[in-house]
Design a protein around this ligand. Structure first.
Ligand SMILES: NC(=O)c1ccc[n+]([C@@H]2O[C@H](COP(=O)([O-])OP(=O)(O)OC[C@H]3O[C@@H](n4cnc5c(N)ncnc54)[C@H](O)[C@@H]3O)[C@@H](O)[C@H]2O)c1
Length: 324
């Protein structure tokens, strides 16, 4: 298989590139390096080519799509800090970038996997969110909801291309995905807490700390992306991918302290202080992954402790410093 990975130099994209190459596929990676890094990718690999460019460049994307059998569309503006600070650019990337990829895939007859997000569900706190559950989001005028809105448009666009124009595509709704190479600079909680613990700085927990999340190891997610891209019978639907192991952010911070052996304490910070005025958080985000299990046998194997240990190992090796 020849694959194009957009957002290849990012956290999930770089793990996906590695996996595809290890499976014997030829890969082109494209990334504008806005949050990703070239160092995340192989230097020289026979079957890999890296192109620095943006998904907003329709003619570049068209050239690259015409060379492959499948596109993994992961390029996006991601992370609470990025969305808050560069809202317009993020919206344009997340809407027009996806539109370019879908349009080109349709014209070239190429299958696409579109990375969407659990943010789609917004404030819906149901335990075990299924793909048909309702979205419950705040005003589109609030910056907070613009990522969810853009990804929702991506999903609607994808479905319309499938229904009306015969595009071959699958949407993947990723819940919190973590592991080595995820940067804490843009608001991702586990790398940030680990970094604070390793530097003996207080761990900052936003809000009450009672909000519940489920974290899935990127090494459990990536093989599922490959299987879904190859399952051509899975067309025009969304599939949740995530862990169902629930943890509150306060419990998470405590676990990070235990596993790092850090003497740091935990301090609470208001959302306003962390993200600016008007930020709303979600009390619970727990997926139901029955569809992924039935379609491709998805069953995450790594625990939260495995994830935290992997992030500690990486940060200890690379001596990262996160200032957020
Ligand atoms: N990590 C998660 O928990 C999570 C959860 C839900 C959804 N997702 C989705 O998964 C995908 C990958 O996210 P990630 O966590 O690896 O984040 P990331 O920021 O590490 O990766 C995104 C990549 O896209 C690149 N990019 C941004 N704008 C671009 C543009 N205009 N043209 C080309 N490249 C561009 C960035 O440089 C970066 O390398 C995204 O679509 C994101 O919405 C991730």
């Amino acid at each position: 298989m020849r694959a194009l990975v957009t957002g290849a130099a990012g956290f999930i994209g770089s793990h996906l590139v590695e996996r595809l190459l290890a499976d014997g596929h030829a890969v082109i990676g494209v990334d504008d390096l806005s949050t990703g890094g070239r160092a995340n990718l192989p230097g020289h690999a026979a079957e890999f080519r890296f192109v620095q460019g943006t998904v907003l460049d329709a003619s570049l994307i068209d050239d690259l799509v015409s060379e492959v059998d499948v596109v993994f569309h992961l390029a996006a503006a991601v992370g609470a800090f990025v969305i808050q600070e560069r809202t317009l650019r993020s919206l344009l990337t997340n809407v027009h970038g996806t539109e370019n990829v879908l349009d080109s895939a349709h014209r070239n007859g190429v299958r696409v996997l579109v990375a969407s997000t659990s943010e789609i569900y917004g404030k819906n706190t149901k335990v075990g969110l299924t793909e048909s559950d309702d979205r419950l989001v705040g005003s589109p005028l609030k910056t907070r909801w613009t990522y969810s809105e853009a990804k929702a448009i991506d999903e609607s666009l994808t479905c319309s291309y499938v229904r009306e124009l015969g595009l071959d595509a699958v949407i993947v709704r990723l819940f919190n995905t973590v592991g080595p190479r995820q940067s804490g600079r843009y608001g991702m909680v586990i790398p940030r807490l680990v970094n604070q613990a390793l530097h003996e700085r207080p761990l900052t927990v936003f809000g009450t700390g009672r909000q519940v999340r489920c974290f899935c190891h990127v090494q459990d997610v990536v093989p599922a992306l490959v299987r879904l891209a190859q399952a051509r019978e899975v067309n025009g639907i969304a599939v949740n991918l995530g862990s169902t192991e629930q943890v509150s952010i306060l419990e998470l911070a405590t676990r990070v302290l235990e596993l790092t052996g850090s003497g740091s304490g935990i301090v609470k910070m208001s959302y306003e202080e962390a993200y600016g005025a008007g930020y709303e958080d979600l009390q619970r985000r727990v997926p139901d992954c029955t569809r992924a299990r039935e379609l491709i046998g998805f069953r995450p194997e790594r625990t939260l402790d495995d994830i935290i240990r992997a992030v500690i190992d990486e940060q200890t090796r690379t001596a990262q410093v996160v200032t957020a």
